[in-house]
Each structure stands twice: as structure tokens, then as C-alpha cells.
Design a protein around this ligand. Structure first.
Ligand SMILES: Nc1ncnc2c1ncn2[C@@H]1O[C@H](COP(=O)(O)OP(=O)(O)O)[C@@H](O)[C@H]1O
Ligand SMILES: [Mg+2]
Length: 264
């Protein structure tokens, strides 16, 4: 087994980790799904979280984002302990996420959904809406921003489709675009490639790489190991609620305990 917490020497070690998770546990009733995991993600770093079904990966992401409560341990974002904060407050502090089942606005078009998200992301909009000042300008800016995001994501051709009309892969792209609108410093992604046509996977990977290149940290759960190998700077392996290894892809691929967890 690899030593679980060897910090990679890098130019970033002088800074505290963007995301630092320590001894995190998640219980559902009496069942322990996550049994005390420790991991970190640095600025601009892409970390893969892998492991067999039921390992506790989604539960760990949910506890990191605040969508399920942690039963123990700490989640520190940018040096601030957010373990007890609600998901929306973590989101405001720069933590973005997508879900294993992509969330989109079912009854709005893609464009309308993005405009709504842009407005939600700009804190002043409610007050400005109430007093009416600058409202027109805000609307125009929100619309422009939404178009720019659609264009960057290559989604302009589906702008007028309703959320409920989207294919699985389109939902993934829209879900990710909605998360990116808030310009998260830290992005947590649960199997974002599921349902995405193989021909579009490289585009999604490039989008994630460019987000990371701008300094956003990414923690991604992904089943396809070739995607993990191509995308991730570092990989954390979970099995039965524990971190059993972490390192580069080549290091964990050579690890006998990792092989055993995948084969059993
Ligand atoms: N909402 C829940 N209520 C009860 N048990 C759950 C719930 N979500 C997950 N579990 C259980 O927790 C364990 C870890 O699940 P999960 O975090 O979804 O793993 P993974 O994402 O690695 O497949 C599994 O045994 C699963 O059955
Ligand atoms: Mg899962």
C-alpha cells in the first residue's frame, strides 16, 4: 500500500490546500458509508476519486458539498472550516458541484435556465430588482453572459430546448455549465461523463482542463480509468468507505491492494 498522505512536492506546497478533508465520516442511520477519509486538492489540481460501487465516493462528495451531513471529521475550504455550513453557503464560498444524476431546470429552456443561474450568482440582483435600478442593464448582462457560456460550452444549438427534452449527455454539459457560472474555486464532479457520447468526451475533458488551468481545483469521481489516466494529476482510491491508496495514476495502477479491491 502506498503511504496515504505523502504530499507531492510542488510549487503549491507553500499554500494551504484549497480543499482539505480530514477524517471525514458519513453514516446513514447505523450504516457507515464513509469511514474517516483524509484527502486534499490544491489550486488548479485535478484529483480523481475512484473505487468500486458502494465504496462511498458519492457520499464523500455529498458531505464535502454539504448535501449530506458529515457524522465526523472536517471539511476545510480555502482555510475556512465549512463542515457545519449548509450546501448553499459552501456554494457561495466557491464550492461548485454536479451530481451523479445531472440537475437541470426541467421547465425552462437551457438559455432561460442559464440566465436564471447568472442572476442567482450575482449577489446584488435581488436588491436591485426590488428598487428597480439597473434592472434592465442587469437583464442584458445576464443574457449576454448566458450566451457566452453557451458558446464556450458549444451548447448554442440546444439553447431553446427545455430541460426535460435534453439527452443524458446534454444534461451533463448543461449541469456543468450551470456549476461554472458561479466561477467556483473548487469543483466537485460526480461521474460527469456518464451518458456523454464518446465523441463529446474529449470536449468535456478539455473544458475541465481549461477550468483547472485558470486555478480551479477539481475533485472528480469517474469510472472510466482511461479518462482518469488522461485527466487527473493525482488519484485517490476508496474501497468500503476507506482511502486505500493515493498517488499518480501509474502508482495506483501498480498497487496490489487497488487491484484486489477492483477484482473482488
Ligand atoms: N441515502 C442513503 N441512505 C442509506 N444508505 C446509503 C445512501 N446513499 C448511499 N448509501 C450506502 O452507502 C454506501 C456508499 O454508497 P455511495 O456513496 O453511493 O458509494 P459510491 O458512490 O462509491 O458507489 C453504499 O453501501 C450505499 O448503499
Ligand atoms: Mg456514486
Amino acid at each position: 500500500m502506498l503511504a496515504p498522505s505523502i504530499d507531492r512536492p510542488s510549487s503549491m506546497t507553500a499554500q494551504p490546500a484549497l480543499l482539505a478533508v480530514r477524517d471525514l465520516t458519513v453514516d446513514y442511520g447505523g450504516v457507515r458509508a464513509v469511514g474517516g477519509i483524509t484527502l486534499h486538492v490544491g489550486r488548479g489540481e485535478i484529483v480523481g476519486l475512484i473505487g468500486p460501487n458502494g465504496a462511498g465516493k458519492s457520499s464523500a462528495l455529498n458531505a464535502i458539498s454539504g448535501d449530506v451531513p458529515a457524522s465526523g471529521g472536517t471539511v476545510v475550504l480555502n482555510g475556512r472550516d465549512v463542515t457545519r455550513l449548509a450546501a448553499y453557503r459552501r456554494s457561495r464560498l466557491g464550492l461548485g458541484r454536479t451530481f451523479q444524476t445531472a440537475k437541470v431546470f426541467e421547465g425552462l429552456t437551457v438559455y432561460e435556465g442559464l440566465v436564471t443561474a447568472v442572476r442567482g450568482a450575482s449577489g446584488a440582483s435581488l436588491w436591485q430588482t426590488i428598487i428597480g435600478r439597473g434592472r434592465r442593464l442587469e437583464e442584458e448582462q445576464a443574457g449576454e453572459r448566458a450566451w457566452r457560456m453557451l458558446d464556450q460550452a458549444g451548447l448554442d444549438h440546444i439553447a431553446d430546448l427545455f430541460g426535460r427534452e435534453l439527452s443524458g449527455g446534454q444534461r451533463r454539459f448543461v449541469d456543468l455549465t450551470l456549476a461554472l457560472i458561479k466561477e467556483p474555486q473548487m469543483l466537485v464532479l460526480d461521474e460527469p461523463m456518464v451518458g456523454v457520447a464518446p465523441s463529446l468526451v474529449p470536449r468535456l475533458l478539455n473544458q475541465l482542463r481549461s477550468v483547472a488551468a485558470q486555478g480551479t481545483g477539481i475533485l472528480i469521481v469517474e469510472h472510466a480509468l482511461e479518462v482518469v489516466a488522461a485527466l487527473c494529476d493525482r488519484v485517490v482510491v476508496m474501497a468500503a468507505g476507506q482511502v486505500i491508496a493515493q498517488g499518480t495514476y501509474d502508482e495506483i495502477a501498480a498497487d496490489t491492494e487497488v487491484r484486489r479491491a477492483y477484482l473482488s
